[in-house]
Design a protein around this ligand. Structure first.
Ligand SMILES: Cc1cc2nc3c(=O)[nH]c(=O)nc-3n(C[C@H](O)[C@H](O)[C@H](O)COP(=O)(O)OP(=O)(O)OC[C@H]3O[C@@H](n4cnc5c(N)ncnc54)[C@H](O)[C@@H]3O)c2cc1C
Length: 312
């Protein structure tokens, strides 16, 4: 027999846990499924210095706090992943990998997104210790340093430009001899005296030390003449894009911009009434913990309204 709930929250990042706090306080008795990354993306970072009210906190600690807040507000938190979602039928049906079924009168989709990585061993080793995929989050840690940015699309150029606010110098490394980014962004990049672009080159390795774990430079390879070059830098930003975690809703909800869930303006309502989307699964612009949390709040308030107005 499926477990029935008024509100099913899928995802345990800042969006999911905030929706859980609001949903619980609205007496919706939500059930939250954590997925394979309990706590979401912030569990793989170190210092977070832009969560309002807390000057500095480790990402995993912040997410433990949010989880315990959601739990104490009354949310039933389940450490499982949803593998199938049927939004064509109402109430909606969700199936977990453990074979449990949930029948939900409303759903908040907060499955987030993942930065795309290159897959290098050294990239994995220094993630959070000089290697980042978020300039807004981590640029501040590299004031007056040399920073390298890997990529050639809008993400890379935007990140490189933003990082010039902190860095002594920003070196953009791109595999081709032209950028894919919008022309206006390219113009701004080429005009910026702090920026140097190295063309036709790929990242081979991130070089660093173990004590303290930190980046000292990178090794790149020129794809035309195969020559290798070492560059000293303290920060490496991998800016090759993000992928929304949308597997559950493909062909069910309207998406745009490479798979992000479409929501109505100033709302978290999706193309199916009763299904709300919050956080990085719908946000290709800001991608911050506090904006995800804000959307989680909106989604819970909108779910409450939907349930109150629903014709049974
Ligand atoms: C390295 C790094 C550092 C960052 N630093 C900062 C920072 O300093 N400040 C800041 O504001 N932002 C930072 N960010 C960005 C921030 O982490 C994200 O914007 C935020 O976590 C998005 O929250 P979210 O709730 O939308 O989803 P996420 O945090 O992406 O969480 C998604 C959740 O959905 C779950 N999930 C996915 N699929 C399923 C499924 N099928 N079933 C059940 N659950 C599922 C996952 O397990 C996870 O719990 C950083 C990101 C990274 C990667």
């Amino acid at each position: 027999m499926p477990e029935k709930t008024k509100l099913l929250i899928i995802g345990s990042g800042p969006a999911g846990y905030t929706a859980a706090v609001y949903g619980s306080r609205a007496l919706l008795e939500p059930i939250l499924l954590q997925g394979i990354q309990p706590g979401g993306q912030l569990t793989i970072t170190t210092e977070v210095e832009n969560w309002p009210g807390v000057k500095e906190i480790q990402g995993p600690d912040l997410m433990t706090n949010l989880e315990s807040h959601a739990k104490s507000a009354g949310t039933k938190i389940i450490n499982e992943t949803i593998i199938k979602l049927n939004l064509k039928k109402y109430p909606f049906i969700a199936m977990s990998e453990g074979g449990n079924q949930y029948e939900a009168e409303s759903i908040i989709l907060a499955t987030g997104a993942q930065a795309k990585w290159l897959g290098l061993k050294s990239e994995e080793k220094y993630k959070g210790f000089g290697v980042s995929a978020c300039a807004t989050c981590d640029g501040f840690f590299f004031r007056n340093e040399i920073i390298t940015v890997i990529g050639g699309g809008n993400t890379a150029v935007e990140e490189a430009l933003f990082l010039t606010n902190f860095a002594r110098k920003v070196i953009l490394i791109h595999r081709r001899d032209t950028l894919r980014a919008e022309k206006i962004l390219q113009e701004r990049l080429f005009k910026n005296p702090k920026v140097e672009v190295i063309w036709n080159s790929q990242l081979k390795e991130i070089i660093g030390i173990d004590n303290p774990l930190s980046v000292e430079g990178i090794k790149i390879e020129n794809l035309l003449d195969k020559k290798e070059l070492e560059i000293s830098c303290k920060g490496v930003f991998i800016a090759i894009g993000h992928a929304p975690s949308n597997e559950l809703i493909i062909n069910q909800l309207e998406t745009h911009n490479g798979g992000y869930v479409v929501t109505k303006p100033n709302s978290t309502e999706t193309s199916i009434p009763g299904v709300f989307a919050a956080g990085d699964i719908t946000d290709f612009k800001y991608r911050q913990a506090v904006t995800a949390a804000g959307m989680g709040c909106m989604a819970a308030l909108e779910a409450e309204k939907f349930l109150a107005e629903k014709i049974v």
